[in-house]
Design a protein around this ligand. Sequence first.
Ligand SMILES: *[C@@H]1O[C@H](CO)[C@@H](O)[C@H](O)[C@H]1NC(C)=O
Ligand SMILES: *[C@@H]1O[C@H](CO)[C@@H](O)[C@H](O)[C@H]1NC(C)=O
Ligand SMILES: *[C@@H]1O[C@H](CO)[C@@H](O)[C@H](O)[C@H]1NC(C)=O
Ligand SMILES: *[C@@H]1O[C@H](CO)[C@@H](O)[C@H](O)[C@H]1NC(C)=O
Length: 272
Amino acid sequence: MCKCQQLFLIHVAITVLIPTSHAEKLSRNVAKSTVESLFNIVTSEQVKRDTPFIPPLFWEKKRGMWESDVRFYFHGHEELFLMREAFKIYDDNMFATAWIASCILESFRYGNGPKPTEEAMTAAVRSIAEYHDKNVNYSNSLMTFWPQKYNATFKAWSSYPYNLHHFFDIAASTNFSAFEQFLDKIGLHDIEVIMARLLASVNGYLHAFMIPPDFDDTFVNLGLGSLLAEMKDEFPETHAQWQSQNTNVTSVFDALKKYAYRPNRMIVISML
Ligand SMILES: *[C@@H]1O[C@H](CO)[C@@H](O)[C@H](O)[C@H]1NC(C)=O
Ligand SMILES: *[C@@H]1O[C@H](CO)[C@@H](O)[C@H](O)[C@H]1NC(C)=O
Ligand SMILES: *[C@@H]1O[C@H](CO)[C@@H](O)[C@H](O)[C@H]1NC(C)=O
Ligand SMILES: *[C@@H]1O[C@H](CO)[C@@H](O)[C@H](O)[C@H]1NC(C)=O
């Protein structure tokens, strides 16, 4: 390679590579500060202490969990859009918390995201200890979306989203007819109709809440545990906490095999 070729290559390197790396660095810095502000928002929203339900404004909250909201599907013109935005019920469930904790851990592990505090991660794991199925008498990791409550009539534990029950309890004991008339008078007739329909279907909702442990919740917990196992040097206490809550992981695979969807071949064949 002659001197002038070398000089040419150096020139190319200076004109092409340097501005590129500068731009890259700049966009990496922008991405980094975006990730950092997201991280700060998300970590600040983790519940810091248990709070009781104080009707009608303050929902029951549990330390370590992340907020998840139930909204109603009001759709249509502007006022309905407004109702959908404004009206929500705070709902604790293990899926949101385990999923958000996993995302934070993964962004640190794979994406150079900020390191969460071990205290926050341990609080998250501890907050979902209540979500293991209580209907079997052995230690298990069969997870329920909502906490369970004992029903003495059925001698069984069933899912009980307490804030949704608080809401429907209040709704059941309130005479909304004056409020509905008021909505009608100020021109929000559609909302009045939807509210009346909603309140009429309370029992349907309460039934729909009684769901058993399921695949999503069970495996998001397992995913969180395996992530913590890979990161146990960095989060030893959180990992130990997860292990102490999940002493029989075999229970997951037994249930997976038992409940796996198997179309019945005999029936298919006989129908052909
Ligand atoms: C757990 O429940 C099963 C079936 O209901 C029963 O046979 C078994 O004795 C129980 N085991 C314990 C340790 O209570
Ligand atoms: C048990 O479940 C039934 C059916 O949903 C319900 O009517 C009853 O109030 C429940 N009992 C308790 C103690 O929660
Ligand atoms: C609710 O209040 C209205 C008056 O605002 C009354 O006419 C109606 O009977 C009440 N309904 C119930 C179920 O108490
Ligand atoms: C683990 O779970 C299985 C059911 O999947 C159960 O048969 C077994 O007794 C449990 N073991 C312990 C130590 O609890």
